[in-house]
Design a protein around this ligand. Structure first.
Ligand code: CP3
Length: 366
């Protein structure tokens, strides 16, 4: 296989390095922007590729098609980063749970994890075989990007993956996974330990294949009480930040810890050893910057629903988020990566995405 050391083209810095510079809190000409779920059903070209592939999973498991849909939003908008087209649930799928999608119902597992015996059977999947389609997609995308913008690799957080593994799909109240944590914390910790090992191996494999930044999605950390968040989510995010090899200087592969509803925990996350923290719109970006105290870069945090609003309202809200960050960061825009506070929805208007991206670059120009 190709690795960073074998292929010199993979270590070359991208021509547009705003995103990587912002993650290092270095000066940039304007604030970089990318959007969670920037590839997806809101784009007609995505729907066409998906239709031709037959299903979401067929598309995600085919490196050429995953590459195609990764590049689609970059052909339309001057985004400052690409994100690998895949899903967080590829890891539990490779652990043997059997991922499938029911139209209109979201992801499901054929074999959810319910008992201590189920947990004892789990192991770290082999990156070279079970998840080879993901690292092949990463190297295909790097080749096609040709060092134009950096490529982000990603994983779910151990807690968020455990939510899907135990619930067997999405959930309204997370009663099953929380009950397991409350009734048998030792079993829950065994599940989170093996999942953390898998996440670290998965992110390392994406880095070796050419990913230039890595994001962990802790989508469901915010459903926990503060005490349970520290015990069942934060602890494992810290282990990832401490154990994941990332390199040094301009060769460093920065780590972004994104979490929905993680506002109360920004200070702890900033001290976790991560390079950046991604927040949603329920915390003022300036307040997040004050709590982070300049230790990390921040990513966020426009409410995705803003994309349904008028172009004027979008510009106003973009300006507000940019200025809030600057005011909380001692008057400097450095160390901010603009993003939504969560992913885009299928019924959003691509023309409004163009307005958002242009507003970020224009209103933040130094
Ligand atoms: O951001 C990007 O453009 C990269 C692609 C990406 C997808 N999923 C593609 C996808 C990323 C980063 C994810 C992560 C993911 N997947 C998360 C964490 C981020 C978040 O949104 O909170 C979660 C919780 C999942 C689990 C998952 N996979 C859900 C809830 C769904 C949506 C089901 C639905 O019908 O909307 C998926 C499927 C999925 N993953 C789609 C996409 C574009 C929709 C599939 C389709 O085309 O029908």
């Amino acid at each position: 296989g190709r690795t960073q050391t074998e292929d010199p083209s993979l270590t070359t810095q991208p021509r547009n390095d705003r995103f990587l510079r912002a993650l290092r809190r270095e000066p940039v000409d304007c604030t970089p922007v990318w959007l969670m779920r920037q590839a997806g059903r809101y784009l007609p070209e995505y729907r066409a590729t998906r239709k031709a592939a037959g299903s979401f999973l067929a598309m995600a498991k085919n490196p050429e098609l995953a590459c195609e849909v990764t590049l689609q939003p970059l052909r339309r908008f001057p985004l400052d980063a690409a994100i690998l087209f895949s899903d967080i649930l590829t890891v539990p799928d490779a652990m043997g749970l059997g991922l499938y999608f029911v139209e209109g119902e979201g992801p499901k597992f054929e074999r959810p994890v319910r008992t201590a015996a189920d947990i004892a059977r789990l192991g770290v999947p082999d990156m070279g075989s079970d998840l080879r389609y993901v690292t092949d997609a990463v190297s295909t995308i790097r080749r096609e990007l040709d060092n134009s913008v950096p490529l982000i690799g990603f994983s779910g957080s151990p807690w968020t993956l455990a939510c899907y593994m135990v619930e067997g799909g999405g959930s309204k109240d997370f009663a099953r996974v929380k009950s397991l944590a409350l009734n048998d914390p030792a079993a829950m910790h065994r599940l989170l330990e093996v999942t953390t090992d898998a996440v670290i191996a998965y992110l390392s494999a994406q880095r070796a294949a050419g990913a230039q930044a890595l994001q962990v999605f802790d989508t469901w950390g915010g459903v926990l009480s503060p005490a349970m968040y520290r015990e069942f989510s934060l602890r494992y995010l810290k282990r990832i930040a401490a154990e994941l090899e990332r390199g040094e200087g301009t060769d460093r592969t920065p780590l972004i810890l994104f979490g929905k509803g993680n506002g109360p925990h920004v200070a702890d996350l900033a001290a976790s050893g991560t390079d950046a923290v991604g927040v949603d719109w329920t915390i003022e970006l300036g307040e997040a910057a004050r709590r982070a105290g300049g230790k990390v870069a921040l990513q966020g945090n426009l409410d995705p629903v803003t994309l349904y609003a008028s172009p004027e309202a979008i510009r106003t809200e973009v300006g507000r988020a940019l200025d809030s960050y600057r005011d909380g960061n001692g008057g400097s825009r450095e160390g901010h990566v603009f993003n939504l506070g969560h992913g885009m929805s299928p019924d959003m208007d691509p023309a409004h995405v163009a307005v958002l991206v242009e507003a970020v670059h224009e209103l933040s120009a130094r």
